[in-house]
Design a protein around this ligand. Structure first.
Ligand code: SF4
Length: 477
């Protein structure tokens, strides 16, 4: 074994160097070694050199020139809901049309690098594997086929194991895919707690020293969870795993805003899998789930719970101005099903829901203006740090416009805070303004019960916050 690789391996361990080829896009294709970007032919030559130097296996990653964050291309590229320019510097939505055609975007970016593995395997004899969101649980047939047809020999699963579910491998082997807590590719973990598993975050260690395993109890508490969104389901799951007697009441169907979020964020975030996972675990843990039941104080008194966890979500305040028949104002969740026949849409707000909805509508061909009276730095509040870096330039590049610090006067015009008239042309207004706390039921019950409000109910923000606050409250209730 050559000295350099031997030094790393201690002469006995297998060596698997991290080959992070920065593949060129069509714009700079053929720039050569000096450009620090690699063609697929150069990638093959590099991998052959690494093999000749004594490597036992290869792990292929992906980056783009001078922009390390772009190793998450498979996540952020699909966050723009499918229009070109998502990466904000010219990379097409379908990565296969760049990168000399060796990437595979057939599964929303999951397993994107498999085509590159297939290509490299023609040139080396050592096992080849890839990372770049390899998640067999989200596409078992796709990955099974790739292993069977020798596309690759190794699958490196990172975030889905290290952050989301440390039992991932065992559950996959036992075909318990419904029980795998899915990675949503939201990139909240780049600077904050994991969206789906707050116990994996450094910041949670003090609050949750016991880790993912919840503390056992004597089983004597009766817990009523009100609200079946992600916060309510997570709270019920944790309480049930603590050993409490748990019921969950939801006035409509389980999932809360997860269905809406999946629509505007796109399928790549696997939010339907998250909903199915939480529903599945509630069933496994024996939680008494009652849907179609709106809880009031009288019902709570009948049930006599020891603890009430309220996760009924937030409220949206009324608009500062009303619409007209010519310029209707519609709610953000209604905007997905409403007939917005005309092209000009103003989306009100500056939060993550606003931005996601604006992206979604832009991808549907609407001309979107985001309008808010908040300062510029509030744009994308609640969005993960990584996605936030991409969404604003992408939105603007796609022809979207923002108008901040305005008073709203739909259909006729708007004023800046400095009193300058600005007209915002629009045929329709979508109200995605900031939500406010909706704790009236929690307040009403707090005189008679041990009550804790979680998620958007006290603090409207995002799915990550909903699950984190619910998990914490439930394990300490
Ligand atoms: S924060 Fe999001 S992307 Fe990161 S591991 Fe958790 S679910 Fe996956």
């Amino acid at each position: 074994m050559p000295p350099l690789l031997a030094a790393y391996s201690g002469n006995s361990e297998p060596v698997c160097p991290l080959a992070e080829p920065t593949l060129t896009t069509e714009r700079i294709h053929g720039a050569g070694f000096d450009s620090l970007v690699n063609t697929k032919e150069e990638l093959a030559a590099i991998c052959q050199a690494i093999e000749a130097a004594g490597a036992d296996a290869l792990e292929l990653r992906l980056g783009t020139f001078a922009f390390n964050e772009a190793q998450f291309i498979n996540d952020v590229c699909f966050a723009g809901y499918g229009y070109d320019g998502t990466m904000s510097y010219g990379i097409a939505f379908d990565p296969k049309s760049n990168f000399q055609g060796i990437l595979d975007s057939s599964h929303s970016g999951c397993g994107l690098i498999m085509g590159a593995c297939r290509y490299v395997k023609q040139f080396v004899k050592i096992p080849v594997g890839g990372v770049v969101f390899m998640d067999p649980a989200s596409a078992p047939d796709y990955f099974g086929q790739a292993l069977n047809d020798d596309t690759l020999e190794l699958i490196y699963v990172h975030r889905a194991v290290s952050n989301c579910d440390s039992e991932y491998a065992n559950k996959l082997l036992e075909n318990r895919i419904d029980g795998i807590r899915p990675c949503c590719r939201c990139l909240n973990c780049m600077g904050g707690p994991c969206r789906v598993n707050p116990t994996s975050a450094m910041g949670s260690i003090e609050a949750m020293p016991e880790g993912f395993e919840v503390p056992a109890c004597d089983g004597s508490k009766k817990v009523m969870v009100i609200g079946g969104g992600p916060a309510g389901m997570e709270a019920a799951r944790v309480c049930a795993e603590c050993g409490y007697d748990v019921s969950l009441c939801e006035k409509s169907a389980l999932g809360g805003l997860l269905d809406f979020a999946e629509m505007v964020k796109g399928k790549h975030e696997s939010l339907s899998r998250l909903k199915n996972y939480l529903s599945h675990v509630l069933e496994v843990e024996g939680v008494n789930v009652v849907t179609g039941k709106e809880v009031d104080a009288a019902f709570a008194h009948e049930e006599k719970p020891d603890v009430v966890i309220v996760s009924t979500g937030s409220k949206r305040p009324g608009l500062a101005a009303s619409g007209s028949s010519a310029t209707p104002v519609i709610g953000v969740t209604d905007s997905l099903s409403a007939e917005i026949g005309n092209n000009m849409v103003a989306v009100l707000g500056f939060n993550a829901q606003t931005v996601d909805t604006a992206h979604y509508l832009t991808a549907q061909g609407k001309k979107v203006t985001i309008v808010s009276d908040e300062p510029e730095e509030a744009f994308g509040t609640g969005q993960s740090m990584m996605l936030d870096k991409f969404v604003e330039p992408v939105f603007l590049a796609a022809g979207g416009r923002e108008q901040a610090e305005e008073r709203r006067r739909w259909g006729s015009g708007a004023y800046t805070s400095f009193g300058v008239d600005i007209t915002v042309p629009c045929d329709c207004v979508v109200d995605a303004s900031n939500m406010v706390a909706g704790t009236s039921l929690a307040d009403e019950l707090s005189g008679d019960f041990d009550v804790v409000a979680v998620g958007d109910c006290p603090t409207p923000l995002n799915i990550q916050n909903a699950i984190t606050t619910a998990n914490l409250a439930a394990r300490h209730c």
